[in-house]
Design a protein around this ligand. Sequence first.
Ligand code: TXA
Ligand code: MG
Length: 319
Amino acid sequence: MALIGDSTDKAKQLLQAGKLVSIPTETVYGLAGNALNQKAVLSIFKAKNRPAFDPLIVHTHHINEIAHFAQLPSKWINELADAFWPGPLTLLLLKKKIIPDLVTSGLDTVAVRIPNHPLTLSLLKQLDFPLAAPSANPFGYVSPTNAQHVQDQLNDQVDYILDGGACGVGIESTIISLIEASPKILRLGGLSLENIEAVIGKVAVASHSSSSPAAPGMLKSHYAPKKSIVKIDEVNMKDFEDFSEIGAVVFQHTRKEIPKQNQIVLSPTGDVDAAAKEFFAAFRNLDERPEIKSIWVENAPNHGLGRAINDRIKRATAK
Ligand code: TXA
Ligand code: MG
C-alpha cells in the first residue's frame, strides 16, 4: 500500500528517480511524474489505465518556467496568469520540443497549470523539471479530493502520496485554449466563467461529444461512480414504491421520498463553492455503501462552480 506522508523531500527524491507521487492541489489530487521523462510519463498512463490519446496537464510553479516548454505569444496569457495563477486554471499553449509527445498524445499543444497548494508549490520549486499530472483516479472514475481517496484507489500504483489535506476547490481546473484567435473554454472547472469573463470579456465554451471530442479526453461519459447513476429530474417518483436502495446527491434540500440517511446534501446553505468541494466525495461515499444500489443526482444552479458541477453530472450520467 502506498505510503501517505507530508515530506516534500521524499516526494522530490522519488520524482527525481522517475517514480510517481500523488500531489495535493486545490482542485483534486494529481498523479505526478517527471514530465520530461518518457518512462515516468508512461507509468502514469499505466497506473491510471488511461488511453494514450488523452493528454496530460504539465504543472509548474512560475510563469517564467513555462517559456522552457511552451510558447507564450498570446496576449491573454499575462492577464489570465496575473489574475488567476497560482490557481484552478489550465491554459492550452503551443508546445516546445522538450515536452515528450507522450505527454500531449502527439498534439502540438500542451496544457499548463500553476496549482495553488503550498506543499506542491514548494515541491515544484525544488525540482528542475515540471510535473505531468492527471487526476489521481483510475480512468473514468470520480477524482480524489483527499489522500485517503488516492490510497483507496491507486494503492501500490503510486510510490508516495503527499498529504496536503482536503482539496479546497474540489473540482478539476478550468481549461482555456489560447491557441486560436480568441480564448475558448475547453473544460468548465474550478475557476468560474464569471470570474474569467470579468478579466478577459466574453469567452466561448466548447461543447463536446464522445464521437469527436473538441479536445481528446473530454469524453462524454466520465467522472462516473461504479453504480448506476441517474438524474433525479429524469426519474418519475411514482414509478417507485421502495426507496431503501436509492442513494441521492442533492444540492440543498433532501427529497421526502428517499430515506434521509441515504442522501448527501452538498450545501445546506445553497452555496455552489461549498457544493463543489463536497461533490466527488459524496459519490464515493454512496458508491461504497453496499445497501445502496443506484445513485440519483440533482443539478446545481447554473452559475459559478454550479456550471462545472452540472458538467460533471452530465458526463457521469451519459451512457
Ligand atoms: O485540476 C486539474 O486540472 C487536475 C489537477 C491534478 O491539476 N488535473 C486534471 O487532469 O484534471 P486530467 O488529466 O484528469 O484532465 C486533464 C484534461 C483531460 O481531459 C485532457 O484531455 C485535457 O485536460 N488536456 C490535456 N492536455 C491537452 C491538450 N494538449 N489538448 C487538449 N486537451 C488537453
Ligand atoms: Mg481526470
